[in-house]
Every structure is written in C-alpha cells, then in structure tokens.
Ligand binder design. Structure first.
Ligand code: SF4
Ligand code: SF4
Length: 215
C-alpha cells in the first residue's frame, strides 16, 4: 500500500540496501505487540504472503481468504490484508501472550517492520526506517538482510519489484479504460490468478513469473 507523506516526516532521511546496517532491531519485541494491533488494512498480503499463509496453515486458499483476510479497493485495485478484530483491533494471529502465532510464515510487512519500502523513480526499491512507528527503545543496529529474514532474498526482491510493476500497470490500465465492468473482471482475474489458484510448493517464483506473462 502506498503512502503519500514526506520522507523527512517519517524516516531518518536515509535509504538502505540489503547489506546496510540499520537501527531497527527491537530485541525480539519483548512485552510489545503495538504493530500487531490497530493496523487497519495496512498489513497487505502479496501473492507470496498469501501462498506462505496457506502452506503454513495447511489450508486451501479459499478457506484462508474467508477466515483471515479482509479485502479493500485502492485506486480501483483490490488488495488483501490481514484481518484485525476485537476491542483492540488485534491481528487474528496475535496470541494471548502478545506473540505472533505464525512467526515462521508471517507476511513480508511484519518481517520488515519498522522498515518500509521506498520505490524509486527509475524502478526498484530500497528500505527506509519508519522512526515513529515502533516505540521500543533503544534499538540495536542490524543488517537489513538479516532483519527481513527471508530466504533467497534476491529472488524475493525481484518478485516484490515485479508485483509492484504489475500493480502499477494495472492502475494505468484502469485509468485508461475507465470502465467499471472491465475493472471488475480485472480484479476478479487478479484474485483468481495470483491468490486463489494454488502454487506448487517450492515453485512459487517460477509460477508467479508465468502468471505475470499471461495476465
Ligand atoms: S512495535 Fe516494535 S517492538 Fe513492538 S511488536 Fe512491533 S516491531 Fe516489535
Ligand atoms: S502476522 Fe504476526 S507479526 Fe504480523 S501483525 Fe499478525 S501477529 Fe503481528
């Protein structure tokens, strides 16, 4: 999900790559679950997040969609996010001890936090530190690559870029067509092709690439 705020307001003014050290390590979040509550629709799930969730929960995409996901539309495009509920609007996967029940397969948003992604004009993205989002202090320095704790991280970043580009192209097409019926079909296809149609375990990146070509 994009935010239109100035980087000076929300960050330390720096952009980081995988090999950089950043002061983001909140020491295992001991006693804190702030970013797992009241996040509205901001814990957005990309196709890899959703695929990992299905594998981790050992459930069919349709079941996961119904039980754990909220849908919302932004700039005409449908987005999936983790459900928040209860008096504190807590993430469905937050347990009574304030810990994440799906830590090994938590979404990319949660892996990065309090880092965010800054998409650059010429393509690609770098990470930035959201300085007002995580109250835990002091934070230790950690290498970005270690912090986001994601296997095959180069392949992962290529996927993130490709998905971002795909959504940007769809956004432009929606504007050009300006046709609600076309928009509805495009969004249904996005849900079917990238979320509801299962991916083979271990083949996500290859199958995602193929689906991008034909969609
Ligand atoms: S707000 Fe910071 S310390 Fe608290 S759970 Fe989130 S990342 Fe951990
Ligand atoms: S998936 Fe886990 S880390 Fe992410 S918001 Fe939910 S409880 Fe928190």
């Amino acid at each position: 999900m994009e935010r239109h705020v100035s980087m000076e307001e929300i960050s330390d003014g720096k952009l980081y790559g995988l090999g950089d050290m950043v002061r983001a390590d909140c020491g295992g979040c001991e006693g804190c679950s702030t970013c797992c509550k009241g996040m509205g629709q901001s814990v957005v799930l990309d196709p890899l997040d959703f695929h990992r969730l299905c594998l981790g929960l050992k459930a069919e995409p349709k079941q996961v969609m119904a039980a754990a996901v909220d849908l919302h539309v932004e700039k005409g495009i449908i987005f999936l996010s983790l459900k928040m509920s209860g008096p504190e609007e807590s993430c469905l996967f937050l347990n009574e001890e304030g810990r994440c029940r799906i830590h090994p397969f938590r979404p990319g948003f949660c892996r990065m936090f309090p880092l965010g992604r800054f998409y650059e004009e010429g393509g690609g993205f770098r990470y930035f530190l959201q300085v007002h989002e995580c109250p835990k202090e002091p934070k230790a320095k950690v290498k970005v690559k270690k912090w986001i704790d994601t296997p095959n991280v180069k392949e992962y970043e290529a996927f993130v870029n490709r998905w971002h580009d795909f959504l940007k192209k769809l956004e432009r097409a929606l504007q050009e067509k300006n046709d609600p019926a076309w928009a509805k079909r495009a969004n249904l296809r996005l849900l079917e092709e990238f979320y509801l149609k299962p991916y083979t375990q271990g083949e996500f990146y290859r199958e995602f690439g193929e689906r991008c070509k034909i969609t």
